[in-house]
Ligand binder design. Structure first.
Ligand SMILES: *[C@@H]1O[C@H](CO)[C@@H](O)[C@H](O)[C@H]1NC(C)=O
Ligand SMILES: *[C@@H]1O[C@H](CO)[C@@H](O)[C@H](O)[C@H]1NC(C)=O
Ligand SMILES: *[C@@H]1O[C@H](CO)[C@@H](O)[C@H](O)[C@H]1NC(C)=O
Ligand SMILES: *[C@@H]1O[C@H](CO)[C@@H](O)[C@H](O)[C@H]1NC(C)=O
Ligand SMILES: *[C@@H]1O[C@H](CO)[C@@H](O)[C@H](O)[C@H]1NC(C)=O
Ligand SMILES: *[C@@H]1O[C@H](CO)[C@@H](O)[C@H](O)[C@H]1NC(C)=O
Ligand SMILES: *[C@@H]1O[C@H](CO)[C@@H](O)[C@H](O)[C@H]1NC(C)=O
Ligand SMILES: *[C@@H]1O[C@H](CO)[C@@H](O)[C@H](O)[C@H]1NC(C)=O
Ligand SMILES: *[C@@H]1O[C@H](CO)[C@@H](O)[C@H](O)[C@H]1NC(C)=O
Ligand SMILES: *[C@@H]1O[C@H](CO)[C@@H](O)[C@H](O)[C@H]1NC(C)=O
Ligand SMILES: *[C@@H]1O[C@H](CO)[C@@H](O)[C@H](O)[C@H]1NC(C)=O
Length: 852
């Protein structure tokens, strides 16, 4: 009895940084039993350290030691031949089909049972054979076996696993050079680049093999190692030599590297005065550079090209087609077996005008630009298509371009990094969002045409195709800047291997591997993860209106006004009566007509358009009644309250897990949940106030614009503080905050709480924390300090740094259980720092448990 109670206390408390992610190989509770169920010898049928088969042997030994506390030596080919597999406790042998044959081992496989990268795990008595179709497949098999062990299961029956699609790559938007910023990662929230520093490949690449190991463990076989907005220096010998070191470090994990290229490279380097893809000098340039690159990196996966988009140079500027542009690289790569991934994200971001042209629509761009090009691409070109027609929004319909390329392989582009989806400070789990696109049936030629079948090459008989995801990892110990966010990298690999995996199953596996076996932890992580997307959608952009984030700046906080009145084409067309993009065929932009007839008809007709995409396809009055029975505007209000209310439960639910998982991981995650709960209210109020003002239709439930517990900072007695009109106005309560009168003063805001009855309250303070200083605040009531905090979120949170006082820097901090006497004096002292003037928006004093 007593022992049972004491045991948890005796377990070592190890602070985990997150660097091992789901590959911790932590001891499993039943290791004593399992230790005897796994083989006592490991044989890796290749002893070359560059070989994934060798890596597999090492990894298995590492796993056995960690998971089972079992020391096993790895022997190589020759000793395998000597001893066969007749050891006492069985042998685990790993290698390729050919290597097993060379070692005169029987492999019981049908001819076409394995495809490239696939594996078979044969279990016979105490012997285990992990047989890869190729060396990478053998490594994947070893990782799969270890995945089961690390979850406390020893596989007992033979099985075969093959990838759903050949291309399973990550894309890195790491900048080689970026106007003075060292090693930055575009849309990355996990620190600096693991690859570059100061315009060159890093000397210290120690994070690269650790990362490749994570990728291999979930079947990812390629990594494009620089930003699609590429620097021309990528093809200079000094960079290529650096990339050779990267490739050498990734090769033992079966990860091939590839590069993004700038279309205008020959001109930008000053070698030629043209980049015309049909000019022989340009062709020679690319052939020579490509040959040089393959001398250093013989297994380069290929090139990724962003051309003629968002200011990037491309073939359209010189009257060449996108196919001519893509084929230039394809031809250079062809002799070496490389692939050109050509991005479909082509649009004109300069001349679209919302007011002048009701039919203008950026969503139309991809299909229009690629019109007539299907079949004109070389065999080794793959068109890489973002999941939706705009840009990684919280909900988009599947890109119609997937239905147009019957004679050209395609790949889907996903984002693991949460660019428009909370930037790793709001919890997000992408399984259901990705499935909403992958499982969508485009009905090409009236037949079932699921997006996942098209990109796998099944639907149109393409030998190539698959998946690309923008990774966003950096030097941060958690890789992505958040422990929970890593579930999406794990998920990505699992879904690219098998898009039919269960959303709940993957997150449960990941949680066991990352946080351990406590059932409360597993249940809570699963539940919060599955709620994450609908919760975020609720308090950001609903009904297909897009995320409503600030699209002109960091893509982070609320700013619905930023969507319209500019040529970026992420419009909402909200006016005082109505909202939504009219993408119908007759009256609108015609986008609905880009889908095959059955789908076109569904989206063209407002009656058959699902509520969650209504405003993507139709322009309606705010009073339009949804299938749910709510009006559009009331749905906005309700969803924003429901979403932010659910976000309030995340810290509570996480609190219950303290002591049931690693303390460091627990507390770093708790910090984010507390922040998200507050920021969800910032979102809720900003969006609701914006549409209330615009539509002038009040919330039926009387919540919007009505905050009886709030005291505006601007209505307090101010000393060295002054009023500041916040832009956009809807991101501050009463449009106004206070700032210190200069950045060297200490400001004081105070008020007498004459309307507050004596009692215990929660006290929330909304303030702004810009990324240009570490201001400090102290909240006291009757000279008792309630709380003191520092504006250091630029260090403790992961989202993009923002300089402005707006919805991106707004933070809400809450102090629970504060005793207040009627008539007490509330005082906030703000100390400016750097250019940060300790801004305060409001204080809210409300009964515990309420969401004000
Ligand atoms: C062993 O691995 C090395 C490096 O990958 C490779 O060059 C070699 O061909 C492999 N040997 C066998 C027998 O497969
Ligand atoms: C590439 O980097 C160099 C050096 O920082 C810079 O001058 C150049 O403008 C960059 N090229 C592009 C296309 O950004
Ligand atoms: C190709 O480009 C080179 C370098 O600018 C130029 O000298 C040559 O005339 C061009 N060839 C053709 C056929 O236009
Ligand atoms: C492209 O074609 C247009 C129309 O034919 C012509 O006006 C323009 O000068 C051409 N541009 C280039 C760079 O050749
Ligand atoms: C769009 O056109 C209108 C009317 O011609 C003009 O006033 C406005 O400035 C244009 N908008 C943009 C973003 O160019
Ligand atoms: C049809 O288009 C016009 C603009 O040309 C727009 O004002 C109107 O709202 C649209 N009608 C419907 C039913 O969407
Ligand atoms: C989202 O909002 C809708 C509409 O108010 C509500 O039915 C649903 O329960 C909410 N879901 C979450 C997770 O907030
Ligand atoms: C509120 O909406 C009206 C249009 O109805 C607009 O003119 C006004 O500027 C908005 N108020 C604010 C503070 O933006
Ligand atoms: C709202 O802000 C204005 C200044 O922008 C100020 O005059 C007014 O007193 C504020 N209202 C409240 C309730 O604090
Ligand atoms: C990792 O990122 C988090 C913010 O998400 C930050 O608090 C932490 O300090 C970073 N750690 C390292 C080692 O960079
Ligand atoms: C105060 O702000 C000014 C202007 O924004 C800035 O130049 C100055 O460096 C700041 N002072 C301090 C102490 O950082």
């Amino acid at each position: 009895m007593l022992w049972a109670l004491l045991l948890p206390l005796l377990q070592p408390v190890v602070a985990e940084t997150g660097i091992d992610a789901w590959l911790r190989y932590a001891r499993v509770p039943n290791c004593g039993k399992l230790r005897h169920e796994v083989p006592g010898r490991i044989v890796a049928l290749n002893n070359s350290e560059a070989s994934p088969v060798y890596t597999a042997g090492q990894e298995l030994a590492l796993g056995f030691a960690g998971i089972l506390d079992k020391d096993v030596q790895v022997s190589d080919t020759s000793s395998a031949k000597h001893h066969g597999s007749h050891g006492h406790s069985g042998t685990l042998m790993v290698g390729t089909v050919d290597q097993f044959a060379d070692a005169s081992m029987d492999v019981d496989l049908d001819d076409d049972e394995l495809i490239a990268d696939g594996y078979h795990i044969s279990i016979s008595g105490s012997d285990v054979h992990i047989i890869g179709e190729n060396d990478r497949g053998a490594l994947y098999g070893a990782f799969n076996y270890l995945n089961a062990l690390a979850q406390g299961n020893v596989p007992s029956e033979s099985y075969t696993s093959n990838p759903d699609a050949p291309i399973r790559w990550v894309n890195h938007w790491d900048n080689l050079q970026d106007g003075g910023t060292h090693g930055s990662v575009e849309r990355g929230y996990g620190g600096e680049s693991i690859f570059y520093w100061d315009g060159s490949v890093r000397e210290d690449l120690s994070r690269v093999p650790q990362y490749a190991r994570l990728l291999a463990s979930v079947g990812i076989n390629g990594a494009i190692v620089n930003n699609v907005n590429a620097n021309e220096s990528m093809v200079e010998p000094y960079i290529v030599q650096g990339l050779q070191r990267v490739a050498d470090l990734m090769r033992p994990y079966g990860v091939q590297i590839g590069m993004s290229l700038n279309f205008a490279t020959p001109e930008l380097l000053g070698v030629l005065d043209t980049y015309d893809p049909l000019n022989q000098s340009v062709i020679d340039f690319w052939n020579q550079r490509t040959d040089m690159i393959y001398e250093h990196i013989p297994d380069l996966a290929g090139y990724l090209i962003k051309a003629s988009s968002e200011g990037q140079p491309g073939p359209l500027a010189i009257n060449r087609t996108l196919a001519e542009g893509a084929n230039l690289f394809a031809k250079a790569l062809q002799p070496h077996g490389g692939i050109t991934m050509f991005r479909a994200f082509v649009y004109d971001s300069t001349s679209l005008n919302e007011t002048e042209d009701w039919r203008a629509d950026r969503a139309n761009a991809a299909v229009e630009f690629f019109d007539g090009l299907d079949g004109k691409f070389d065999d080794n070109v793959v068109i890489q298509i973002k999941y939706g027609p705009i840009d990684f929004q919280v909900r988009e319909p599947a890109s119609p371009l997937f239905a147009h390329l019957k004679n050209t392989p395609s790949a889907i582009e996903l984002q693991v990094t949460q660019e428009y989806l909370g930037q790793q400070d709001h919890v997000m789990y992408f399984a259901d969002l990705w499935k909403s696109v992958l499982d969508f049936d485009l009905r090409v030629d009236g037949e079932q045409s699921l997006v996942k079948d098209i990109i796998a090459g099944r639907r149109f008989n393409q030998p190539l195709g698959g998946y690309a995801a923008v990774s966003g990892i950096g030097l941060n110990q958690t890789w992505l800047g958040s422990h929970l966010a890593m579930s999406n990298l794990y998920l990505y690999g699992q879904m690219a291997w098998n898009p039919d995996v269960s959303s709940a199953g993957v997150i449960e596996d990941w949680t066991r591997l990352t946080f351990g076996f406590n059932q409360d932890v597993i249940d809570t992580v699963r539940e919060i993860s599955l709620e994450a997307w609908p919760t975020y959608e609720n308090y950001t952009g609903n009904l297909g209106i897009q995320t409503l984030t600030d699209i002109l700046n960091a893509h982070y906080g609320p700013n619905p006004a930023s969507q319209d009145g500019n040529p970026w084409g992420q419009w909402t067309r909200a006016d005082t009566f109505s909202i939504g993009m009219d993408r119908t065929i007759e009256n609108g932009t015609g986008f609905a007509g880009q889908y095959p007839p059955e789908v076109a008809q569904m989206y063209d007709n407002i009656e058959t358009t699902p509520d969650d995409l209504l405003l993507w396809f139709h322009h309606v009055p705010y009073t339009y009644v949804l299938n749910s029975g709510e009006t559009v505007i009331q749905h906005f209000y309700n969803a924003h309250y429901a979403g932010s209310e659910n976000a309030q439960t995340f810290p509570e639910r996480w609190q219950a897990l303290q002591g049931k998982m690693d303390q460091q991981q627990w507390s770093e995650t708790m910090h984010k949940f507390v922040y998200q709960a507050g920021h969800s209210i910032v979102w809720r109020d900003a969006i609701n106030n914006f549409y209330y003002n615009l539509s002038d239709i009040p919330d039926e439930l009387g919540r919007v614009g009505h905050h009886p517990y709030r005291i505006e900072a601007e209505s307090m007695e101010l000393d060295n503080y002054e009023l500041y009109p916040v832009i956009p106005w809807n991101t501050a309560s009463n449009k106004t905050c206070i700032v210190t009168t200069s950045n060297s003063t200490t400001g004081t805001a105070s008020t007498t709480l004459s309307d507050v009855k004596t009692g215990t309250y929660d006290v929330a303070v909304n303030y702004f924390d810009q990324a240009i200083g570490h201001a400090q605040w102290t909240l006291s009531i009757d000279d008792t300090v309630v709380g003191k905090w520092v504006g250091d979120s630029d260090v403790t949170l992961s989202h993009a740094p923002v300089l402005y006082i707006d919805g991106q820097t707004a933070i809400r901090i809450t102090f629970n259980g504060v005793d207040i006497k009627k008539g007490a004096t509330l005082k906030i002292v703000g100390v400016a720092d750097g250019q940060e003037p300790a801004p305060i928006d409001y204080v809210s004093i409300f009964p515990p448990g309420e969401v004000d």
